[in-house]
Design a binder for this molecule. Structure first.
Ligand code: AMP
Length: 433
């Protein structure tokens, strides 16, 4: 459970064998389609419902079909036309919360089906007869915004809802024309949305539902001030949902400032196994961590090291400190797509020896040849630790993880010790000898 999650009622249960088809409510034959990976995987996945004390969720049974989620025939038809036969775990849990008008925080990875988790209740709730902007979805990138807009169009077609995508790097004139047609749903990246607000080509005064999608990536890309500005222009009575793969203290701050007693739904991603990884800790004062990293580069046989820091500013600062060494790449949300790809290619082709990255930027990448993972900054929780160190020792290769423990890291270190016991050993390097 992430740090600082509000006092909660928590309940973990397994789904998997529970999916039954409720044919009574499904209007059309269900097309044969491959199940969503989250469905076929979900026998291993724990679904954890976390609810604040103020909003306890009496959760005994998950709805096994879209038919069981009390959707309108129009939406059911749209869902089945997309080839979605069963709700994914985040959809099973998230749809009833949002359909009930409550604020929601969904912790789920990309690919979990989260667009449907908010998209389905949104298309159900909006009023197609009113030509006002009723739902706003904020997304970090143009690609994601386009993908969300496509899904929402498909979901809302039968209810005749219209959707506009508003993102940078493309003609603003065309977007202004699309906005003039008064769509009910806008999917936007924060920068371009602010641009439209300043030009008065878009008004947020009628927004009833607001979604922050991939909130952790938006923060990693430095969008927090923009997002706050946008939120402040929407009606306080709106419903707010936030989706994020990781829950950092900044996400808690947004939740506290902008959401009303949100219900937490957490879909735990399957954790990689760390059994084959050599795990070390290295006690080193905060101010000596750069020196320790240099010594490791010299003495520890690091062929390809992935170094984690908490923020993009810290990533850049460390890269500058190591500049003289050469062979160092960076990866964080503040980079353009082309720079990210260049950094990845250089690392894969071994032209750089270290890749310094934020958690968020490194998530979902398939880097096959990492010899060492170095936690320069302590991970926020055990789950993040496991995801980070699981990046090494892929495909049965040997891998090593080294976690720096400075004077501010003791609390988290104790948790790691408790969890991994003897498997977490002191690294032989001593920079103070
Ligand atoms: P998302 O996490 O929302 O980006 O969704 C990931 C992919 O899963 C997209 O291609 C969706 O079309 C697909 N998807 C979402 N929900 C379902 C579902 N219930 N069954 C099958 N595929 C789904």
């Amino acid at each position: 459970m992430p740090d600082g999650v509000p006092p909660c009622v928590s309940q973990a249960f397994f789904v998997g064998s529970r999916f039954r088809r409720d044919t009574r409510r499904v209007p059309a034959p269900i097309p044969a389609a491959k199940p969503h990976p989250a469905i076929s995987r979900n026998t291993k996945e724990a679904i954890v419902i976390l609810a604040t004390k103020q909003t306890p969720t009496a959760h005994t049974e998950t709805a096994p079909t879209f038919g069981g989620l009390a959707l309108s025939p129009e939406t059911l038809r749209a869902v089945h036309r997309l080839g979605w036969n069963q709700p994914t775990p985040i959809q099973q849990q998230g749809i009833p919360v949002m359909a009930g008008g409550k604020d929601l925080i969904g912790q789920a990875e990309t690919g979990s089906g989260k667009t449907g988790a908010y998209g389905i209740p949104i298309v159900e709730r909006l009023d197609p007869s009113s030509r006002t902007l009723q739902a706003l979805i904020l997304a970090p990138t143009r690609e994601l915004a386009l993908q969300i807009a496509d899904d929402l169009r498909a979901l809302g077609r039968e209810r005749r809802l219209s959707v506009v995508a508003v993102f940078g790097g493309s003609s603003i004139i065309r977007q202004i024309e699309e906005l003039r047609a008064r769509p009910q749903i806008a999917v936007a990246t924060p920068g371009r949305l602010l641009d439209h607000m300043q030009r008065r080509t878009l008004h947020l005064g009628s927004v009833a539902v607001l979604v922050l999608d991939e909130a952790d990536r938006m923060l990693d890309m430095g969008f927090l001030p923009d997002v706050s500005k946008i939120l402040s222009q929407t009606p306080p009575a709106r419903q707010t949902a936030l989706f994020s793969a990781t829950i950092s203290p900044e996400i808690h701050t947004i939740a506290q400032r902008w959401m009303r007693t949100p219900t937490w739904v957490r879909i735990a991603a399957p954790l990689p196994t760390v059994d084959s990884i050599e795990q070390f800790y290295l006690e080193v004062a905060e101010q000596d961590k750069v020196k320790a990293l240099r010594r490791l580069m010299r003495d520890a046989g690091i062929a390809s090291g992935l170094v984690f820091r908490r923020t993009r500013h810290r990533v850049d600062r460390l890269a500058r400190s190591l500049d003289r060494e050469g062979g160092v790449g960076v990866l964080h949300g503040g980079l353009r797509e082309s720079a990210r790809l260049r950094a990845l290619r250089a690392f894969e082709e071994k032209r750089t020896r270290l890749l310094i990255a934020t958690n968020v930027a490194a998530r979902g990448l398939d880097l096959s040849n990492i010899s060492h993972v170095i936690n320069f900054d302590m991970p926020e929780d055990i789950e993040t630790y496991v995801h980070r160190v699981g990046r090494t020792a892929r495909m049965g290769r040997a891998g090593t993880a080294i976690t720096f423990v400075g004077q501010y890291d003791i609390e988290m270190f104790e948790q790691l010790r408790k969890k991994f016991g003897e498997a977490l050993r002191r690294h032989p390097l001593n920079i103070y000898a």
